[in-house]
Design a protein around this ligand. Structure first.
Ligand code: UT7
Length: 330
Protein backbone atom coordinates (compact mmCIF):
# COMPACT_ATOMS: atom_id res chain seq x y z
CA UNK A 1 0.00 0.00 0.00
CA UNK A 2 1.53 3.35 -0.99
CA UNK A 3 1.57 6.14 1.60
CA UNK A 4 -0.63 9.18 0.92
CA UNK A 5 1.07 12.22 -0.61
CA UNK A 6 1.03 15.01 2.01
CA UNK A 7 -0.89 18.07 0.83
CA UNK A 8 0.91 20.24 3.38
CA UNK A 9 4.40 21.66 2.80
CA UNK A 10 6.93 23.57 4.92
CA UNK A 11 6.82 27.36 4.45
CA UNK A 12 8.99 30.20 5.71
CA UNK A 13 6.22 32.43 7.03
CA UNK A 14 7.78 35.03 9.35
CA UNK A 15 11.03 36.86 10.01
CA UNK A 16 12.30 39.25 12.68
CA UNK A 17 15.62 40.61 13.87
CA UNK A 18 17.44 42.53 16.55
CA UNK A 19 20.75 44.36 16.90
CA UNK A 20 22.19 45.92 20.07
CA UNK A 21 22.07 49.71 20.45
CA UNK A 22 25.78 50.53 20.74
CA UNK A 23 27.49 51.39 17.45
CA UNK A 24 31.15 50.81 16.64
CA UNK A 25 32.08 53.01 13.68
CA UNK A 26 35.15 52.96 11.46
CA UNK A 27 36.23 56.16 13.21
CA UNK A 28 36.00 54.35 16.57
CA UNK A 29 38.19 51.54 15.17
CA UNK A 30 40.78 54.11 14.07
CA UNK A 31 41.21 54.85 17.80
CA UNK A 32 41.78 51.17 18.62
CA UNK A 33 44.09 49.88 15.86
CA UNK A 34 46.21 51.14 12.97
CA UNK A 35 43.47 51.36 10.34
CA UNK A 36 41.38 53.95 8.55
CA UNK A 37 37.86 54.45 7.25
CA UNK A 38 38.97 54.44 3.60
CA UNK A 39 40.74 51.06 3.90
CA UNK A 40 37.81 49.46 5.72
CA UNK A 41 35.16 50.76 3.29
CA UNK A 42 37.22 49.86 0.23
CA UNK A 43 38.19 46.35 1.42
CA UNK A 44 34.95 45.36 3.16
CA UNK A 45 32.08 47.79 2.43
CA UNK A 46 31.50 48.24 6.18
CA UNK A 47 30.77 51.52 7.98
CA UNK A 48 29.45 50.45 11.39
CA UNK A 49 28.75 47.40 13.55
CA UNK A 50 26.58 46.90 16.66
CA UNK A 51 28.16 45.73 19.90
CA UNK A 52 26.36 43.99 22.77
CA UNK A 53 26.63 45.39 26.30
CA UNK A 54 28.91 43.53 28.69
CA UNK A 55 25.87 41.90 30.32
CA UNK A 56 24.06 41.23 27.01
CA UNK A 57 24.57 37.78 25.52
CA UNK A 58 23.41 35.73 22.54
CA UNK A 59 20.23 34.54 24.29
CA UNK A 60 19.19 38.17 24.92
CA UNK A 61 19.69 39.10 21.27
CA UNK A 62 17.89 35.91 20.20
CA UNK A 63 14.85 36.56 22.41
CA UNK A 64 14.65 40.19 21.19
CA UNK A 65 14.69 38.94 17.56
CA UNK A 66 11.91 36.43 18.32
CA UNK A 67 9.89 39.21 19.98
CA UNK A 68 10.41 41.46 16.96
CA UNK A 69 9.12 38.67 14.70
CA UNK A 70 6.08 38.12 16.96
CA UNK A 71 5.28 41.85 16.99
CA UNK A 72 5.73 42.23 13.22
CA UNK A 73 3.96 39.08 12.00
CA UNK A 74 1.57 38.48 14.95
CA UNK A 75 2.78 34.88 15.13
CA UNK A 76 2.12 32.58 18.03
CA UNK A 77 5.22 30.73 19.25
CA UNK A 78 3.43 28.85 22.04
CA UNK A 79 2.76 25.91 19.71
CA UNK A 80 6.17 25.48 18.10
CA UNK A 81 7.33 21.89 18.43
CA UNK A 82 11.04 22.50 17.80
CA UNK A 83 13.43 25.38 18.49
CA UNK A 84 16.64 25.44 16.45
CA UNK A 85 19.26 28.08 17.26
CA UNK A 86 22.22 28.55 14.94
CA UNK A 87 25.06 30.02 16.98
CA UNK A 88 28.69 29.43 17.82
CA UNK A 89 28.67 32.00 20.62
CA UNK A 90 26.08 30.66 23.09
CA UNK A 91 26.01 32.35 26.52
CA UNK A 92 27.10 29.01 28.01
CA UNK A 93 28.11 25.66 26.50
CA UNK A 94 24.93 24.43 28.19
CA UNK A 95 22.06 24.98 28.81
CA UNK A 96 21.61 25.90 25.17
CA UNK A 97 20.27 29.22 23.89
CA UNK A 98 17.33 27.22 22.50
CA UNK A 99 16.45 26.07 26.04
CA UNK A 100 16.63 29.66 27.26
CA UNK A 101 14.18 30.72 24.54
CA UNK A 102 11.85 27.87 25.54
CA UNK A 103 11.97 29.05 29.16
CA UNK A 104 11.41 32.71 28.26
CA UNK A 105 8.23 31.96 26.28
CA UNK A 106 7.29 29.03 28.50
CA UNK A 107 6.66 26.89 25.40
CA UNK A 108 4.98 23.75 26.69
CA UNK A 109 5.82 20.94 24.30
CA UNK A 110 8.90 21.42 22.16
CA UNK A 111 12.35 20.13 21.33
CA UNK A 112 15.19 22.63 21.66
CA UNK A 113 18.76 22.57 20.46
CA UNK A 114 21.64 24.79 19.35
CA UNK A 115 23.55 23.96 16.21
CA UNK A 116 26.91 25.25 15.09
CA UNK A 117 27.52 25.72 11.40
CA UNK A 118 29.17 29.12 12.03
CA UNK A 119 28.26 31.69 9.37
CA UNK A 120 26.27 29.09 7.37
CA UNK A 121 24.03 28.46 10.40
CA UNK A 122 20.80 30.11 9.21
CA UNK A 123 20.38 28.23 5.91
CA UNK A 124 21.51 25.06 7.72
CA UNK A 125 18.82 25.52 10.37
CA UNK A 126 16.15 26.30 7.75
CA UNK A 127 17.19 23.18 5.85
CA UNK A 128 16.75 21.10 9.01
CA UNK A 129 13.41 22.75 9.80
CA UNK A 130 12.22 21.99 6.28
CA UNK A 131 13.35 18.36 6.66
CA UNK A 132 11.64 17.94 10.06
CA UNK A 133 8.35 19.24 8.70
CA UNK A 134 8.57 17.49 5.32
CA UNK A 135 9.07 14.20 7.21
CA UNK A 136 5.73 14.86 8.94
CA UNK A 137 7.38 14.53 12.35
CA UNK A 138 7.03 18.24 13.19
CA UNK A 139 4.55 21.01 12.37
CA UNK A 140 6.08 24.34 13.37
CA UNK A 141 9.76 25.16 13.94
CA UNK A 142 11.20 28.32 15.45
CA UNK A 143 14.52 29.02 13.73
CA UNK A 144 16.89 31.54 15.31
CA UNK A 145 20.38 32.62 14.23
CA UNK A 146 22.33 34.76 16.67
CA UNK A 147 25.93 35.58 17.47
CA UNK A 148 27.80 37.98 19.72
CA UNK A 149 31.04 38.19 17.76
CA UNK A 150 32.31 41.11 19.88
CA UNK A 151 32.74 38.70 22.82
CA UNK A 152 35.26 36.60 20.83
CA UNK A 153 37.02 39.38 18.90
CA UNK A 154 40.53 40.55 19.70
CA UNK A 155 40.33 44.35 19.44
CA UNK A 156 44.11 44.59 19.00
CA UNK A 157 44.04 42.49 15.79
CA UNK A 158 43.25 44.88 12.94
CA UNK A 159 42.72 42.13 10.39
CA UNK A 160 39.69 40.75 12.29
CA UNK A 161 38.30 43.45 14.61
CA UNK A 162 37.20 45.68 11.73
CA UNK A 163 34.89 42.96 10.43
CA UNK A 164 32.63 41.66 13.16
CA UNK A 165 29.43 42.79 14.88
CA UNK A 166 26.57 41.35 16.94
CA UNK A 167 23.00 40.55 15.93
CA UNK A 168 20.16 38.05 15.73
CA UNK A 169 17.41 36.92 13.39
CA UNK A 170 14.35 34.73 13.96
CA UNK A 171 12.02 32.90 11.59
CA UNK A 172 9.12 30.47 11.56
CA UNK A 173 8.98 27.41 9.31
CA UNK A 174 5.56 25.80 9.43
CA UNK A 175 3.35 23.41 7.58
CA UNK A 176 0.85 25.05 5.20
CA UNK A 177 -1.62 23.56 2.72
CA UNK A 178 0.08 25.22 -0.23
CA UNK A 179 2.54 24.18 -2.92
CA UNK A 180 6.18 23.52 -2.18
CA UNK A 181 8.21 26.54 -0.96
CA UNK A 182 11.60 24.91 -0.28
CA UNK A 183 12.89 24.17 -3.78
CA UNK A 184 16.41 22.91 -3.10
CA UNK A 185 19.44 22.85 -0.82
CA UNK A 186 23.14 22.27 -1.27
CA UNK A 187 25.51 21.65 1.62
CA UNK A 188 29.28 21.24 1.44
CA UNK A 189 32.18 20.86 3.86
CA UNK A 190 35.97 21.09 3.75
CA UNK A 191 37.17 20.06 7.20
CA UNK A 192 40.81 20.33 6.10
CA UNK A 193 40.22 24.06 5.69
CA UNK A 194 39.12 24.37 9.34
CA UNK A 195 42.56 25.72 10.15
CA UNK A 196 41.82 28.91 8.16
CA UNK A 197 39.25 30.30 10.61
CA UNK A 198 38.89 29.03 14.15
CA UNK A 199 38.58 29.73 17.85
CA UNK A 200 40.15 27.60 20.57
CA UNK A 201 37.95 26.00 23.21
CA UNK A 202 38.69 23.08 25.53
CA UNK A 203 41.52 22.19 23.15
CA UNK A 204 44.01 24.51 21.49
CA UNK A 205 44.95 22.27 18.60
CA UNK A 206 43.47 20.70 15.47
CA UNK A 207 44.92 17.36 14.42
CA UNK A 208 48.00 17.99 16.58
CA UNK A 209 48.57 21.47 15.18
CA UNK A 210 48.85 24.17 17.88
CA UNK A 211 46.46 27.09 17.44
CA UNK A 212 46.70 30.79 18.33
CA UNK A 213 44.15 33.24 19.61
CA UNK A 214 43.54 32.07 23.16
CA UNK A 215 39.76 31.96 22.67
CA UNK A 216 39.46 34.82 20.17
CA UNK A 217 38.63 34.35 16.50
CA UNK A 218 41.69 33.83 14.29
CA UNK A 219 41.51 33.75 10.52
CA UNK A 220 43.52 33.64 7.38
CA UNK A 221 41.34 36.19 5.60
CA UNK A 222 42.70 35.44 2.14
CA UNK A 223 42.00 31.70 2.42
CA UNK A 224 38.43 32.25 3.63
CA UNK A 225 37.99 34.77 0.83
CA UNK A 226 39.25 32.25 -1.74
CA UNK A 227 36.98 29.51 -0.34
CA UNK A 228 33.92 31.76 -0.59
CA UNK A 229 34.50 33.09 -4.10
CA UNK A 230 35.12 29.60 -5.51
CA UNK A 231 32.67 27.40 -3.57
CA UNK A 232 29.63 29.70 -3.51
CA UNK A 233 29.44 30.24 -7.32
CA UNK A 234 29.87 26.47 -7.85
CA UNK A 235 27.17 25.82 -5.25
CA UNK A 236 24.78 28.34 -6.83
CA UNK A 237 25.24 26.68 -10.23
CA UNK A 238 24.63 23.16 -8.91
CA UNK A 239 21.73 24.21 -6.69
CA UNK A 240 19.85 26.12 -9.38
CA UNK A 241 20.45 23.46 -12.05
CA UNK A 242 19.25 20.67 -9.75
CA UNK A 243 16.15 22.64 -8.78
CA UNK A 244 15.41 23.59 -12.40
CA UNK A 245 15.55 27.29 -11.51
CA UNK A 246 17.29 29.90 -13.67
CA UNK A 247 19.29 32.83 -12.30
CA UNK A 248 16.60 35.13 -13.72
CA UNK A 249 13.95 33.33 -11.61
CA UNK A 250 15.66 34.39 -8.36
CA UNK A 251 14.04 37.47 -6.86
CA UNK A 252 16.56 38.00 -4.07
CA UNK A 253 20.05 36.64 -3.47
CA UNK A 254 21.06 36.79 0.21
CA UNK A 255 24.65 35.64 0.71
CA UNK A 256 26.42 35.67 4.07
CA UNK A 257 27.41 39.30 4.66
CA UNK A 258 31.13 38.64 5.17
CA UNK A 259 32.65 41.26 2.91
CA UNK A 260 31.22 43.31 0.03
CA UNK A 261 34.13 42.41 -2.24
CA UNK A 262 33.40 38.70 -1.74
CA UNK A 263 29.74 39.34 -2.60
CA UNK A 264 30.59 41.40 -5.70
CA UNK A 265 32.89 38.65 -6.90
CA UNK A 266 30.11 36.06 -6.39
CA UNK A 267 27.71 38.37 -8.30
CA UNK A 268 30.16 38.53 -11.17
CA UNK A 269 30.79 34.78 -11.27
CA UNK A 270 27.14 33.76 -11.00
CA UNK A 271 25.53 36.49 -13.08
CA UNK A 272 23.21 37.44 -10.20
CA UNK A 273 22.86 41.23 -10.38
CA UNK A 274 23.94 43.38 -7.45
CA UNK A 275 20.48 45.04 -7.48
CA UNK A 276 18.91 41.69 -6.60
CA UNK A 277 21.33 41.09 -3.72
CA UNK A 278 20.46 41.88 -0.10
CA UNK A 279 23.17 42.50 2.48
CA UNK A 280 23.43 43.55 6.11
CA UNK A 281 27.14 44.26 6.43
CA UNK A 282 27.15 48.01 5.68
CA UNK A 283 25.84 49.00 9.12
CA UNK A 284 26.03 45.74 11.08
CA UNK A 285 29.37 44.25 9.91
CA UNK A 286 29.84 40.49 9.69
CA UNK A 287 27.35 39.15 12.25
CA UNK A 288 28.13 35.50 11.43
CA UNK A 289 24.98 33.31 11.63
CA UNK A 290 22.77 36.40 11.97
CA UNK A 291 23.91 38.14 8.79
CA UNK A 292 21.47 36.43 6.38
CA UNK A 293 18.28 36.80 8.48
CA UNK A 294 19.25 40.42 9.21
CA UNK A 295 19.51 41.12 5.47
CA UNK A 296 16.24 39.28 4.78
CA UNK A 297 14.47 41.21 7.53
CA UNK A 298 15.81 44.53 6.20
CA UNK A 299 14.47 43.48 2.78
CA UNK A 300 11.04 42.56 4.16
CA UNK A 301 10.69 45.66 6.35
CA UNK A 302 11.73 47.98 3.51
CA UNK A 303 9.05 46.41 1.28
CA UNK A 304 11.53 44.92 -1.21
CA UNK A 305 10.85 41.26 -0.37
CA UNK A 306 7.22 40.30 -0.96
CA UNK A 307 5.26 37.12 -0.23
CA UNK A 308 5.97 34.55 -2.95
CA UNK A 309 9.41 35.96 -3.83
CA UNK A 310 12.04 33.33 -4.56
CA UNK A 311 15.06 33.68 -2.27
CA UNK A 312 18.49 32.19 -2.71
CA UNK A 313 20.24 32.15 0.67
CA UNK A 314 23.92 31.18 0.76
CA UNK A 315 25.97 30.86 3.95
CA UNK A 316 29.67 30.03 4.23
CA UNK A 317 32.30 30.14 6.93
CA UNK A 318 34.26 28.31 9.62
CA UNK A 319 34.46 24.55 9.30
CA UNK A 320 34.92 25.22 6.49
CA UNK A 321 31.30 24.78 5.59
CA UNK A 322 28.72 26.23 3.23
CA UNK A 323 25.00 25.87 2.60
CA UNK A 324 22.72 27.22 -0.11
CA UNK A 325 18.95 27.19 -0.03
CA UNK A 326 16.21 28.08 -2.50
CA UNK A 327 13.00 29.03 -0.75
CA UNK A 328 9.90 31.09 -1.51
CA UNK A 329 9.07 33.63 1.19
CA UNK A 330 5.68 33.56 2.87
O1 UT7 B 1 32.56 35.08 8.12
C1 UT7 B 1 33.59 34.26 7.65
C2 UT7 B 1 34.90 34.65 8.26
N1 UT7 B 1 35.74 35.58 7.61
C3 UT7 B 1 35.69 36.16 6.37
O2 UT7 B 1 34.78 36.04 5.61
C4 UT7 B 1 36.90 37.00 5.97
C5 UT7 B 1 37.20 36.92 4.50
N2 UT7 B 1 38.35 37.76 4.17
C6 UT7 B 1 38.29 39.10 4.11
O3 UT7 B 1 37.24 39.69 4.31
C7 UT7 B 1 39.55 39.85 3.72
O4 UT7 B 1 40.57 38.91 3.45
C8 UT7 B 1 40.03 40.86 4.82
C9 UT7 B 1 39.08 42.04 4.88
C10 UT7 B 1 40.11 40.17 6.16
C11 UT7 B 1 41.40 41.41 4.45
O5 UT7 B 1 41.37 42.02 3.18
P1 UT7 B 1 42.47 41.67 2.09
O6 UT7 B 1 42.22 42.54 0.92
O7 UT7 B 1 42.48 40.19 1.90
O8 UT7 B 1 43.77 42.19 2.80
P2 UT7 B 1 45.09 41.38 3.15
O9 UT7 B 1 44.88 40.49 4.32
O10 UT7 B 1 45.64 40.80 1.88
O11 UT7 B 1 46.03 42.56 3.60
C12 UT7 B 1 46.42 43.63 2.69
C13 UT7 B 1 47.20 44.67 3.48
C14 UT7 B 1 48.26 44.08 4.39
O12 UT7 B 1 49.39 44.94 4.37
P3 UT7 B 1 50.71 44.56 3.52
O13 UT7 B 1 51.14 43.24 4.06
O14 UT7 B 1 50.21 44.47 2.09
O15 UT7 B 1 51.62 45.69 3.79
C15 UT7 B 1 47.64 44.13 5.76
O16 UT7 B 1 48.57 44.23 6.80
O17 UT7 B 1 46.31 45.38 4.34
C16 UT7 B 1 46.82 45.39 5.66
N3 UT7 B 1 45.70 45.42 6.61
C17 UT7 B 1 45.13 46.56 7.02
N4 UT7 B 1 45.37 47.84 6.75
C18 UT7 B 1 44.58 48.77 7.32
C19 UT7 B 1 45.06 44.37 7.18
N5 UT7 B 1 44.05 44.80 7.97
C20 UT7 B 1 44.09 46.15 7.89
C21 UT7 B 1 43.30 47.17 8.46
N6 UT7 B 1 43.58 48.46 8.16
N7 UT7 B 1 42.27 46.90 9.31
Amino acid sequence: MSSPIPSYHPHLTAIGSYVPERKLTNADLEQLVDTNDEWIVQRTGMHERRIAREDEFTSHLAISAVQNMIDTFQVDVSDVDMILVATHTPDLPFPSVACQIQAHYNIQQTGALDLNATCAGFPYALHLANSLIASNLHRKVLVVAADTMSKITDYTDRSTCILFGDGAGAAIVESKPESQAFLGARLGTDGHGGIHVYRTGLSDSIDGRKLDGNGSIVQNGREVYRFAVTQVPLGVKELTETAGVSIADIDWFIPHSANMRIIESINERTGIPREKTLTSLEYYGNTSAASIPLALDLGVKSGKVKPGDLLLLYGFGGGLTHCGLLVRFG
